[in-house]
Design a protein around this ligand. Sequence first.
Ligand code: 7TS
Length: 418
Amino acid sequence: MNNQNTAAKLNASTFDVEKIRADFPILQQHVNGKPLVYLDNAATAQKPKQVIETLDTYYREYNSNIHRGVHTLSQKATDAYESAREKVKTFLNANSSKEIIFTRGATEAINLVAQSFGRDTISVGDEIIITELEHHSNIVPWQLLCEQTGATLRYIPINDAGELILEEYEKLLNKKTSIVAVGHISNALGTINPIKTIIDKAHAVGAKVLIDGAQAVPHTKADVQELDCDFYVFSGHKLFGPTGIGVLYGKEALLDAMPPYQGGGDMIQTVSMTKSTFNALPHKFEAGTPHIAGVIGLGAAIDYVNAIDIDVTAQYENELLDYANEQAAQITDLNFVGTAQNKTSILSFTLGRIHPHDIGTILDGEGVAIRAGHHCAMPVMERFEIPATARASFAFYNTREEVDALIQAIDKCIMVFG
Ligand code: 7TS
């Protein structure tokens, strides 16, 4: 079902998952009397002790505000904050650290682009293209922008497997297309979108492209220069880092021309009673005291991911998903939602007439944590004419034994609800 890479496969088979699991203290517990099986990684991933200890050390040893203190602790905090920006720059292969803006998360990063770039450049009659697969945070900011500017929102439809229909995308593109905003990987179905093709086609009509990488960066490499996307966003907490911190990558020339999103401390050069001038990139977009600990913790998460090689973990996760699919396919009444050729880490399903929330509750009783609901992707549910799915989402610390526990818990569900 998934792309196979022989070299990576060899490594994946020697991938030491128990060694990785030992880094995640939260996984070593029982929930409802059963060993915790955490399969809600698409909602948020767990944190390795390296990240937890980095946060602890920051607060214990050098908590201080940044970019303003001459004292030693403030300089240390500033250095750690800015060195995390360098790590993100390298992680995304951005051209310059000026292109890396820290936000509260993917959601805030998309809102920033819509309200700063969008309001500055879009007017009545312009068109914005998104897809039926998007998370609400890559829908609602564009709906708001359309209401504010008189632009029109268009959707690339999906087929029954949950794949974007590219012929329809080509029909939507025209000279009025200003922005194309697409998720790299779908949170509801796990579909990996052909974003390079989408970006190139958008550029051919002069549109700018935002890629929502919230579900992608934990599973795959994102090279913004190779992709040539104009904006790329992600959230730290899905990448094994802290909550409340995220990243907006934008091409320097675009960010430079954009007006500030929020006003406040740190984003200004001068302020008089009548006028203010603004700080250089990236600070122009980081008003107020930022989430310093979050940024430093995100840097530690990136160090962690870099150390274990994302190509190997991606292959391991693909093999785990294949195994889960094989096991799940044997359950009568289990209906897969999202069967894209190119997908990763997500098993979304319905089970006869049993409501997904009931599935979630029974599974929780067995120590198995999944998410049930519309996954903040209501248009996807509408497309499949279902109110909700049960969704197991995998990370590199999950195991085949945990997949077995999931399947047993689903069997129990069927027994309980008959
Ligand atoms: N984009 C995608 C593709 C997402 O999956 C999510 C969160 C977001 C954006 C928003 O991220 P945030 O960190 O700013 O909230 N997705 C999910 C999910 O699937 N279950 O809980 C949150």
